[in-house]
Design a protein around this ligand. Structure first.
Ligand SMILES: NC(=O)CCC(=O)C(=O)O
Length: 260
């Protein structure tokens, strides 16, 4: 399975630019035979909380139509990064995933909001974790800061997830955490971990890209540099089962003794 990670330069508040950029990257990824395409966190508006009300959409809004249409047109799986979405009077940082028919198969709203980037002042916390079936394998999406909460990813792994997608806007000053945490989540949960970061600048932070894919053994499948680019990864989800068999950490867990 060929995965393309769109390491976008997101321009804060410039919806037209970001949409065009996303579309061009998706189209290019497809020209390069990608079967799964991943966008970063908040790719539509960036962290433009000052104009949040201008950007927020309902779940049936134009960005959902755009993503669904791209997935269907190209017959790809599209992990649609995330953008701000209103549901029942609250605004969430929400990720939509579409299958090859353009059908919505996963809706995940960020569970852990990062106070350092003021998310908790503007957004509501998601209420549930979700999984979906990707070509017969259980898959899941978390969003950026969620990566610091191993209990969430362990929950997915215990349910049998083989691959974790992590759309992000992770600033350069904590780049080493980004790389170490993605790798740790891959090793401890014996799953593929796909980190899709942005590369660029907003009014507060610089984002250094470094999108990366780890296999279930924790080895690097491929990694991007610091500039906007599309990163391609060949992934064999069958490897997850082999690694879990060779090193049976799930069999050896003692959950009745853990307090969390
Ligand atoms: N957008 C984010 O959630 C950033 C997370 C981050 O910078 C960190 O956890 O560190």
């Amino acid at each position: 399975m060929k995965i393309a990670i769109c390491q976008m330069n997101i321009i804060q508040g410039n919806i037209d630019y970001n949409l065009r950029n996303a579309e061009e990257m998706i189209d290019e990824a497809v020209r390069n035979q990608a079967q799964v395409v991943v966008l970063p966190e908040m790719w539509k508006s960036g962290y433009d909380f000052a104009r949040l009300q201008e950007h927020v959409e309902s779940i049936d809004g134009p960005t959902r139509s755009f993503l669904s249409q791209k997935a269907k047109e190209h017959a790809i799986w599209l992990i649609g990064g995330s953008y701000t979405m209103e549901q029942e009077g609250q605004v969430y940082n929400t990720s939509l995933t579409f299958n090859r028919q353009g059908e919505l198969v996963n809706v995940y709203s960020k569970l852990h909001l990062i106070g350092l980037m003021n998310e908790d002042q503007y957004l509501a916390r998601g209420r549930e974790y979700t999984t979906f079936d990707l070509n017969g394998h259980l898959a899941s999406v978390i969003i950026c800061y969620d990566l610091r909460f191993p209990e969430l990813i362990r929950t997915y792994a215990v349910e049998g997830a083989s691959i974790l997608f992590v759309p992000a806007e992770w600033p350069v000053q904590r780049e080493e955490h980004w790389l170490a945490l993605l790798r740790a989540r891959a090793i401890e949960n014996q799953m593929y971990v796909v980190g899709a970061n942005m590369a660029g600048q907003n009014e507060n932070d610089h984002f250094n890209g470094r999108s990366i894919v780890f296999d279930p053994w924790g080895d690097v499948v491929c990694e991007a540099g610091t500039e906007p680019t599309i990163l391609y990864a060949e992934v064999d989800l069958g490897l997850v089962e082999s690694v879990r068999k060779a090193m049976p950490v799930f069999r050896d867990r003692v959950p009745n003794l853990y307090r969390l």
